[in-house]
Design a protein around this ligand. Structure first.
Ligand code: HEM
Ligand code: NAG
Ligand code: NAG
Ligand code: NAG
Ligand code: NAG
Ligand code: NAG
Ligand code: NAG
Ligand code: NAG
Ligand code: NAG
Ligand code: NAG
Ligand code: NAG
Ligand code: NAG
Ligand code: NAG
Length: 519
């Protein structure tokens, strides 16, 4: 999409052309990482994110006796988005989906296991590419999908930035009076009918727990297989559908749930909301199609409510063809090679046995190269995946693209990390990093590696990406290139992203899991 660097052979003038980015990370890499976590659900290259909410009734929390607690991860992932988003102040351009909720788990308005359960589960997918707030947005989208909603209903954008401390309080509680609750939502940009709709949409999933709200749920709900005493808002709390609305309007099943029927009228916050427009909104969303459409739109607005300083990407859609883990290498005579995996996502057709690709430069494309035969397969919410590996030498310097099927990726063969010649020791978290740069690029600034390290911080089970700069020294030359290396110890060895920089030149980023010993 964007070339990080373009070179003129006559003037040593290097122009960095970077699109919208966060902290020196290419936006396309951010979008493709989010796509990966969303799409690669099983098999080769899979990530366990979606498995946590498959089936929709699943619970992966960290409390003891997890399977019999009466908790549901998909519901937690929907609720946490609400609690993070609703304290936004649209007028001031602050708050919204910024993961400040990760610092707010001890507030009474955030009662329950959901915050630390969710944040702790998602912490491993925090990286330079994906913030916790982006993880939260992804979480509600895939929850809706696995609980029976559409798999493309809510456009999902990337690029949220995490808060570094708690935000203001102000999440409505069961005892909050109607006007206060409506004012809290209004500050976040939701009017009365939006508020009624989004609350009914949220309360399509999950339960209210005796353990958190003993005045609302009867103790009799606590059993050997429901230790927290969860009582559903509707009779099918693991299906994202309009039954909570039907049961309310028809006085059947759960009658709209415990926040409609609570013994103490003060606790009937859902009833106060639903009747505040004489049931007009509830009636308007009682048909299943209208319910789904309205909920997608409202959920999209929640996840796109971000601080005014944040620019979100275009929607992240599942990709039919993509390249994964692209890396360059160099041998002692200076020949550069490119390797990685090609992923195909499909629903019906039989994948080909090999995929052809070219690498491109200003003088045209290389001769056609062939991938290996099928290197792995996976399963996805969106179809099945097939992987092929590729590895071939490229014309260097001067190669700028990798092309196959319908896609083209930028290549920077002027300055690059050498993953197979880099290593990480996961015991003592030490990194040895090698990289190559055109000798003609040499700058008095010297070569440095930037490691983006998801680091534990106090007061939350979330992490914050900190960058660590490591000075590199020359150790060899290879053809047109000079090779550099250095070592450093980081706070963690997992999910680290690395790039190298020299003067104004900057490499593409790579995941340190591609390093020898990397995770
Ligand atoms: C005035 C507004 C709201 C109030 C007072 C409210 C209150 C509550 C309460 C007391 C619980 C029980 C938590 C527990 O015991 O674990 C709950 C659960 C839940 N809420 Fe709300 N809520 C409101 C709006 C929303 C909205 C807007 C959403 C999402 C769009 C939402 C999503 C959920 C979900 C999914 C659960 C189930 C959580 C689980 O099973 O762990 N709520 N809500
Ligand atoms: C590293 O982090 C600092 C502080 O957050 C930031 O100002 C700087 O731009 C970052 N450097 C790079 C190369 O990303
Ligand atoms: C509330 O906002 C929605 C969406 O922006 C709009 O369609 C609706 O007319 C508004 N309702 C009221 C009562 O202002
Ligand atoms: C787990 O549940 C069983 C059965 O309810 C109970 O006896 C046991 O004390 C629980 N263990 C913990 C650590 O909560
Ligand atoms: C319940 O209510 C909905 C909408 O109000 C209606 O379409 C449906 O037929 C009713 N179902 C039952 C079982 O009464
Ligand atoms: C709204 O619906 C509830 C539940 O069916 C019903 O009890 C109530 O009378 C209705 N209120 C209005 C104003 O229609
Ligand atoms: C109902 O709840 C309110 C607010 O929590 C409390 O002040 C009141 O005493 C409760 N009423 C009863 C009958 O328990
Ligand atoms: C480096 O790679 C090139 C191209 O594959 C090859 O011709 C050359 O023999 C290699 N040199 C060494 C020392 O391996
Ligand atoms: C996708 O994978 C599943 C599980 O491996 C398999 O049952 C199914 O037939 C595959 N679908 C296609 C279209 O290949
Ligand atoms: C190189 O190949 C890609 C994809 O096959 C194509 O889009 C592009 O136009 C080609 N470029 C040149 C210079 O031939
Ligand atoms: C996939 O490709 C990698 C790299 O070429 C290779 O190490 C691995 O053995 C291959 N796996 C399969 C299943 O073909
Ligand atoms: C990793 O570091 C530990 C602790 O310093 C050391 O004992 C171990 O030998 C190292 N592993 C490798 C493969 O170097
Ligand atoms: C969540 O984790 C943080 C950080 O460990 C801790 O300070 C906080 O008390 C936890 N919250 C709950 C409700 O357990």
């Amino acid at each position: 999409m964007h070339f990080l660097l373009s070179i003129s052979f006559f003037l040593p003038l290097f122009v960095t052309l970077v699109g919208a980015n966060t902290n020196g990370i290419d936006e396309r890499d951010i979008m493709e990482e989010m796509e990966h976590i969303m799409v690669d659900n099983g098999g080769t290259n899979s990530d366990g994110f979606v498995a946590a909410i498959t089936p929709c009734s699943n619970y992966v929390g960290f409390a003891s006796n997890a399977t019999i607690r009466g908790e549901q991860t998909s519901a937690q992932w929907v609720r946490i988005v609400f609690h993070d988003f609703v304290t936004a102040n649209l007028a001031a351009g602050t708050g919204g989906l910024d993961a400040s909720v990760a610092f707010e788990s001890n507030r009474a308005e955030n009662a329950g296991l959901f915050i630390n359960d969710t944040i702790q589960f998602m912490a491993p997918t925090i990286s330079a590419y994906l913030s916790m707030a982006d993880n939260l947005a992804l979480g509600i989208v895939v929850s809706v999908t696995t609980c029976g909603g559409s798999d493309t209903g809510i456009p999902l954008r990337a690029g949220r930035i995490d808060a570094t401390e708690a935000g203001p309080a102000g999440v409505p509680e069961p005892t909050t009076d109607l006007n206060t609750a409506l004012a809290q939502f209004a500050a976040a940009g939701f009017n009365q009918s939006d508020t009624i709709g989004v609350t009914a949409c949220g309360h399509s999933l999950g339960r209210i727990h005796y353990f958190n709200f003993p005045t609302i749920v009867d103790e009799s709900f606590v059993t050997d297989t429901n230790l927290d005493g969860g009582e559903g808002f509707d009779t099918i709390p693991d299906v994202f559908d309009s039954s909570v609305v039907h049961e309310y309007l028809n006085s059947t099943g759960q009658l709209g749930g415990p926040l409609v029927t609570a013994p103490n009228v003060t606790d009937r916050s859902d009833l106060r909301l639903y009747i505040s427009d004489k049931n007009a909104t509830m009636q308007a969303i009682s048909e299943e199609a209208a319910f789904q459409k309205t909920c997608y739109s409202l959920f999209e607005r929640m996840i796109n409510t971000v601080p005014s300083t944040v620019t979100l990407s275009d929607p992240v859609t599942h990709l039919t063809w993509k390249a994964v883990d692209v890396a360059l290498d160099i041998n002692s005579t200076g020949s550069v090679s490119i390797s990685g995996l090609i992923r195909h996502l499909y629903t019906t057709e039989t994948p080909p046995s090999t995929v052809s690709y070219t690498t491109g430069s200003s003088t045209g494309n290389s001769t056609v190269q062939l991938s290996t035969t099928v290197n792995g397969t996976g399963t996805s919410l969106y179809g099945n995946t097939t992987y092929w590996a590729f590895n071939s030498s490229i014309n260097s310097p001067g190669t700028t693209t990798l092309n196959f099927e319908t896609v083209s990726y930028p290549v920077n063969d002027e300055i690059f990390v050498l993953p197979t010649q880099s290593s990480v020791n996961t015991t003592d978290k030490s990194f040895v990093i090698s990289a190559a740069a055109l000798t003609s690029l040499a700058s008095s600034d010297g070569m440095a590696a930037i490691l983006y390290v998801p680091t534990t911080i106090s007061g939350t089970v979330s992490k914050q990406v900190q960058n660590v700069t490591m000075v590199m020294t020359k150790y060899a030359t290879a053809g047109d290139y000079t090779l550099y290396s250095g070592s450093v110890t980081a706070a963690t060895a997992a999910s680290v992203v690395v790039k190298v920089v020299m003067g104004s030149a900057s490499s593409r980023t790579v995941k340190s899991k591609l390093f020898v010993g990397g995770i």
